[in-house]
Ligand binder design. Structure first.
Ligand code: SF4
Length: 529
């Protein structure tokens, strides 16, 4: 649905801020693609754009693709911004630029919802999810779009039921410029891991869209030109197991109907390995990747962070089970935990080797507001505020320098090209071999898709296979793939591997943040101006 009953017309400029370079945004892969410039279309801002009254013209600018221009600001009557903590500096910068044009600026999304005081200059703070605060904001702007005398904070008390969410305005985004498509089925997670802000922000009882909404969104993504992979950004795909079971037959049917045009990915807790009936359906729906927050292989640490559900199946067994359904596991790992010991780094590297997981986002612990971890560290006087020289706001029990150097060493070793490609080789031989054998669709056979593949392949061959300093390792992996005709597997592995190798090299010499959540200023990935 859309906001209704508003007759005045307002022109709204939605601006999504740049990301600071980070492990999880894959920017080192972009030069090897056919023009990808950003990670995923931002769900929240495109949702708000779709919710605005029908007669309000909306312009959407993702500053990871291009900066908002003078002409954009001159066109607009008000500006909407949304983002995560990591984009805080960039969001405040957009506000400053919009104010130069005397425009009212509203901010919503996860960062302001957790920390309204990070954003003192904005005119409107939209705290919480889509709901009565959104209607209030729209009504105020309809009455008067000029900047209010003082900041107005609007808090959602009555959330809009997700079954009434409109389809995000994907048509406003240049979806082909994104590394992945994105979609959301549910919000919230029943667990309470100590470091996580999801239950505090979105609740423990997952809210849901209907399967029909998801199918309509997939149709629209396809219509807008998304090819390749679509990521379910749900906090936990099996947060409500029954809902996942309800959705999967619809996805399977849609994939069959469209010729398996999209590879699907999601985030889920590792205990999904105990649910073969869900895994089998996911395989049939062509899920190829699951991000699991494994966090640590240390059982004592899992207990301490209240992530006991990761121990319902031995971790390596869980990974192996998921792989056996053709799905690669991507893992989140945290270092700097209170339970860490001097030998934690070595234990982690042993786990990387044993699990054969190619992609692990290894982060230093960062305390986020609205988490039990934040509250505990505050009580223990171990939160370090506003020190931008550090990669974490946690006063670790081990010496800070030791934790950071252990993280750097793990990054350096885990992503040595030969080690990483050996893990990809395992995925090809074992995991990918278990995938559903899907027919080659008309879309895949189309000239535009073949051209896209050729562009990527030639860039990979030139930049990695000829100019790259790890070209020998690359060719050892690539030649057998070429002989088997597995071009897709080759392209996807090489793209991701290149990012991981390059990012890890920068990280190991201190040029990247040790936490995706750190406020430490680094160069933004794509300069906006
Ligand atoms: S399972 Fe994942 S989403 Fe749920 S509380 Fe834990 S870390 Fe957060």
């Amino acid at each position: 649905m859309r906001a209704e009953g508003i007759e005045t017309v307002r022109r709204i400029l939605c601006v999504f801020p740049r990301y600071t370079s980070s492990f999880g945004t894959f920017e080192y892969s972009y030069p090897l693609t056919d023009g990808v410039q950003a990670f995923m279309p931002p769900q929240g801002l495109l949702l708000i754009a779709a919710y605005l009254p029908d007669n309000w013209p909306v312009r959407f600018v993702d500053e990871n693709i291009r900066p908002a221009t003078r002409e954009d600001f001159e066109w607009a009557e008000a500006v909407f911004v949304s983002g995560m903590h990591i984009q805080r500096q960039q969001m405040n910068d957009i506000c400053r630029r919009a104010h130069a044009f005397e425009l009212a600026v509203a901010i919503g999304g996860p960062s302001v919802s957790a920390c309204p005081d990070y954003y003192p200059s904005f005119d409107y703070l939209h705290v919480g999810e889509l709901g009565d605060a959104t209607d209030d904001l729209i009504a105020r702007l309809a009455r008067d779009p000029s900047r209010p005398d003082r900041q107005i904070v609007l808090k959602t008390k009555d959330r809009l039921d997700m079954t009434r969410f409109p389809i995000p305005a994907y048509e406003l985004a240049e979806v082909k410029r994104y590394f992945l498509g994105s979609i959301q089925y549910s919000s919230g997670c029943p667990y309470q891991c100590e470091f996580c802000d999801i239950p505090g922000l979105y609740g423990r009882n997952p809210r849901l869209k209907t399967p029909q909404q998801i199918i309509a969104e997939l149709d629209k993504l396809l219509e807008c030109g998304v090819m390749g992979s679509v990521y379910f950004v749900d906090d936990n795909f099996i947060g409500n197991r029954k809902a996942a079971v309800d959705l999967l037959p619809h996805l399977i049917e849609w994939q069959k109907k469209t010729g398996y045009v999209m590879r699907l990915a999601c985030e889920a807790t590792l205990n999904i390995a105990k649910r073969p009936e869900i895994l089998e359906k996911m395989r049939e729906a062509f899920f190829v990747t699951i991000f699991c927050g494994i966090e640590t292989p240390d059982p004592d640490a899992l207990k301490a962070m209240h992530k006991d559900h990761n121990m319902m199946v031995p971790i390596l067994e869980g990974v192996h089970t998921i792989n056996s359904y053709g799905m690669e596991v991507v893992s989140g790992i945290i270092m700097g935990l209170d339970t860490d010991k001097p030998e934690t780094g070595d234990a982690l590297l042993a786990f990387v080797e044993e699990s054969r997981i190619p992609l692990l986002t290894i982060n230093l612990l960062q305390a986020l507001p609205k988490t039990p971890l934040w509250d505990r560290l505050e009580r223990e006087n171990r939160l370090i505020h506003d020190d931008e020289t550090r990669d974490s706001n946690v006063d670790f029990l081990m010496p800070y320098d030791q934790v950071v150097s252990s993280w750097r060493k793990c990054m350096e070793i885990a992503y040595q090209p030969a080690r990483l490609y050996a893990r990809y080789q395992h995925q090809c031989d074992y995991t990918y071999a278990n995938r559903l054998k899907v027919p080659v669709s008309a879309a895949q056979k189309s000239w535009s898709n073949i051209k896209r593949g050729l562009i990527m392949l030639s860039k990979i061959f030139w930049k990695v296979g000829v100019l790259g300093d790890y070209r020998k390792v690359f060719w050892r992996f690539a030649l057998p793939r070429l002989r088997k005709g597995d071009i897709e597997g080759l392209i996807s592995s090489a793209l991701i591997a290149h990012h991981l190798i390059m990012f890890a090299r920068a990280a190991s010499v201190g040029q990247q943040n040790a936490s995706n959540y750190s406020l430490r200023l680094r160069e933004a990935s794509v300069p906006a101006e």
